[in-house]
Ligand binder design. Structure first.
Ligand SMILES: Cc1cc2nc3c(=O)[nH]c(=O)nc-3n(C[C@H](O)[C@H](O)[C@H](O)COP(=O)(O)O)c2cc1C
Length: 118
């Protein structure tokens, strides 16, 4: 598959059912945010129907532009790859950082603690 060849660290796309190259227009304000929103919305919508996904951003840009005729003016935000999970996935705990490390209350550096909301 051409997409697998053009990816630098996403060769796993080879086994996918479908992949979407998400482009964003750098001429538009907040195009990075738009690309991210498009990616996540597609991933969430797919998951509702039991379709899993992953994304890759590390790619061979020149090759991808050439092979998929991506115009120079567009930024390649990500490639979102879809497929059916090999096993049932439900209720698995992710190893996430605690909110106190990632959310700041009132000012940066003041770790959020749900108890401080009263
Ligand atoms: C912004 C971003 C870029 C990523 N780029 C790559 C990539 O180039 N190659 C890769 O193998 N995985 C990449 N990943 C990781 C996987 O696509 C995916 O996040 C991982 O399989 C875990 O899935 P989860 O984030 O839904 O838990 C990236 C993830 C994010 C969030």
């Amino acid at each position: 598959m051409q997409l697998a060849k053009d990816s630098a660290r996403g060769q796993w796309v080879e086994d996918a059912v479908m992949a979407i190259i998400v482009l964003a227009d750098p001429g538009e304000p907040d195009h990075g945010l738009d690309g991210g929103r498009a990616v996540q919305n597609m991933q969430l919508a797919a998951w509702i129907f039991g379709v899993g996904s992953g994304l890759f951003t590390i790619l061979n840009e020149d090759a991808m532009r050439r092979d998929f005729k991506v115009p120079r003016k567009m930024h390649i935000a990500a490639v979102v790859v879809f497929g059916y999970p090999e096993r049932k996935i439900s209720g698995e705990k992710k190893n996430r950082k605690p909110l106190s490390e990632t959310v700041h209350l009132n000012e940066y550096g003041c770790g959020f603690d749900s108890k401080s909301l009263g």
